[in-house]
Design a protein around this ligand. Sequence first.
Ligand SMILES: [Zn+2]
Length: 411
Amino acid sequence: MKALVGDVVDAEKVLRNHAVLVEGKEIMAVVPAEKVREFGPDEVYGGEGFFIIPGLINAHTHVAMTKFRGLGEDMPTEEWLGKIIWPMELEWTAREIRKWARIGVMETLMNGSTTINDHYFFAEEIANEAEKIGIRAFVGQTVMDLVEFPHADPEEGLKFFKRWQGRSELINPTLAPHATNTVSLELMREISELSDEANARIHIHLAQSRAEVEEVKERYDLRPVEYLKQAGTLNERLIGIHGVYLTDEEIKTLASAGSTLVHCPTSNVKLEGRTINLQRVLKAGVNVGLGSDSPNPVGILDMFLEIRKSALFANLLEEKAHVLSAREVFKLATAGGARALGIKAGLIREGYLADLLLINARKPWFKPRENPYSLIVYSARGSDVEMTVVNGEPVYIRGTFPRIGKALEDV
Ligand SMILES: [Zn+2]
């Protein structure tokens, strides 16, 4: 049994000076710190001055795209895609994907995410790397049929999905149609049927760009959400990404279907100069998760930054201060992401998955300690993460990755 000691903070409660007891992959109990010895834990981590929070959930990543970090910076989005990203993506090999996915996963764990929801080519390699290093990963093989692309064959995507179904505790395969403008309605219907049969998540870019909306309109005379409705995709297993061009009507439809919208604040502002109105989406009743998107454009896979920007950008559209509380925004990156993915995580409760972070809050920017939510949302950074626990196992401890026996210098 392991014990993590400190101030326990999740979206529901703050328990000062408590211990989270972990047995196997689950949280066994949360008790006052002075009682921890009674349980006789084998290992004790943290202590006074630490926060224990649920592992952050990065609900939209392309971890292998670490390879493209910083390339084509300052180019307009279309030019950047055409000149840098797409040509380089044609050159991918399995070996290169493994290397860069490894860097992306290590970076993610160090910065405090315990779960990723990844969407990319060569999903087999990404799933293998993720499992080895020990992150919880929802992995989908990107598929498209309206754009010719060698690594995005729908048959291969299906094979990947079937191979990984029920095979691993950490890796959950998803269905990953690229976007509403690159996948035909016919293929989208097939994917939806498979999702129904297999109870699988569908992870898709949704209303990300003006071009996407225009193409769907031109091809089918539908808005992106109407397209998903026609394909039978609208339910609680749908995870739509970005949504910066959704209408209020479409947002309402997503809410009544119980679907999730993943907000990627940095990516949206950098690539589209736009953000969703987070308050309005939440008020409509949509489940919201937060995501980083790929390291190019965002620069770093650090969900603390995405949480902070979500809180700040929500004010921008309303032109008001404190539109959402720090606690509400923190909830999106924890319980919101867990609901999107259908996992018993995101809260620190008995019987929940032991996906946890130990934050070293013995630093100047965590003083005074009155409001932990505010400190986590506005002060914390990925580099304050002391330890990342996934499925009950410490997979990152201060610069080392015990599961693979590597230190940062080896990366
Ligand atoms: Zn994306």
